[in-house]
Design a protein around this ligand. Structure first.
Ligand SMILES: Cc1cc2nc3c(=O)[nH]c(=O)nc-3n(C[C@H](O)[C@H](O)[C@H](O)COP(=O)(O)OP(=O)(O)OC[C@H]3O[C@@H](n4cnc5c(N)ncnc54)[C@H](O)[C@@H]3O)c2cc1C
Length: 314
């Protein structure tokens, strides 16, 4: 059993594809609200959307959230049972505005969503990842933000047909005016797409020592990540590189943790890795209960040897 009307609201093409894939698996009828090009709208139709509403991207000073009233109207007219948004900053802002106008709440940080006889049910981790809570939507329209990679992709079918409607609405009042836009200084990172990840923790004594892990990561074509204290406390790495219940959730082929104890809040972000490897000098560190390969040793002795070995074999 699925729900009737699923709507997705997306402001970039990757998100639109992911949400359409998920939406078409969850509902009988899929509608998409997009801020993009006609090509994007055609992709949404190929992924299952029956109708696409294509909004103009707001000018520099405008905000996508400023279109929330027009979108709420579409959702109400379309009797939406479920409205899906991405968990990006913009997706969350939009979801919040729309939920408040619909008189409901937003389900966020979910680990699973299903649509059954009972309606929309979501699961999310609580108590720092130690338990899973199931929640059922009680409102007419469930508003949900989803993390990247929550849904499996569905194949595109370019023979599908659907309606495309351009919406030339004036942005309602977003309550915010953009004054200036600056590009991000740090390099963008997409940990959830990485196949190999080297994670560093408080076992490193100084920021400069992270160079050893960075060198290893470069040699094996891996991204670098960290535990929360390394990003939030020591500020040695940017916040988008920390992994766990309140950070990124990864599904790499290999996750190599170095100097990380393996607290549940961190492991929630890595336990979907195909192979988990850990280096830690404490044989009783909790991480050793969860790994496929564990190396008990001082990272300051072990890591240079591993780097040297790989370098000479290249
Ligand atoms: C609500 C909540 C949410 C949280 N969310 C997250 C989250 O999303 N992500 C996250 O990571 N944490 C999160 N935490 C924090 C989490 O509980 C842990 O405190 C954190 O993960 C510990 O980081 P760590 O393993 O780097 O440090 P530590 O726990 O201090 O572990 C350091 C490890 O390094 C080892 N070590 C020390 N020296 C060496 C050496 N020379 N060689 C080898 N090993 C060495 C030690 O044996 C130890 O096991 C959260 C906490 C709370 C309360």
């Amino acid at each position: 059993m699925t729900v009737n009307n699923v709507w997705i609201i997306a402001d970039d093409s990757k998100t639109a594809d992911e949400l359409c894939s998920g939406g078409s698996q969850l509902g009988k009828h899929l509608c998409a609200v997009l801020f993009g090009s006609e090509d994007q709208a055609k992709r949404a139709i190929a992924l299952g959307a029956e109708r696409v509403y294509l909004f103009d991207r707001p000018e520099n000073s405008g905000m996508i959230e400023g279109h929330s009233q027009s979108i709420v109207k579409l959702l109400q007219e379309g009797k939406a049972d479920l409205a899906l948004f991405s968990s990006s900053a913009c997706g969350q802002l939009m979801a919040g505005r729309i939920a408040s106008q619909l008189g409901t709440c937003v389900f966020s940080n979910i680990s699973e969503i299903s649509a059954g006889d009972d309606g929309i049910v979501v699961k999310r981790l609580v108590y720092g990842g130690a338990a899973v809570r199931m929640e059922k939507a009680a409102s007419e329209t469930a508003v949900v933000t989803v993390e990247p990679d929550l849904f499996d992709c569905v194949p595109m079918d370019e023979t599908r047909s659907g309606e495309m409607t351009h919406i030339y609405s004036k942005a309602d009042n977003a309550g915010i005016r953009v004054l200036e836009i600056h590009s991000k200084q740090s390099e963008p990172v997409n940990l959830s797409a990485a196949k190999r990840v080297v994670g560093v923790g408080r076992g490193f004594e100084k920021k400069e020592d992270l160079k050893m892990a960075e060198e290893l990561a470069a040699l094996i074509g891996a991204e670098t990540a960290c535990s929360r204290p390394v990003a939030e406390g020591m500020k040695w790495m940017s916040k988008d590189r920390y992994v766990g219940v309140s950070g990124a959730v990864l599904k790499p082929d290999i996750y190599l943790s170095i100097g990380i104890s393996g607290q549940i809040q961190h492991m929630v972000g890595v336990n979907q890795a195909k192979t988990l490897i850990a280096i830690n000098k404490d044989r009783n560190a909790p991480i050793f209960k969860q790994v496929d390969i564990g190396l008990i040793g001082d990272l300051y002795k072990v890591l240079p040897k591993i780097v040297e070995k790989i370098r000479t074999q290249k």
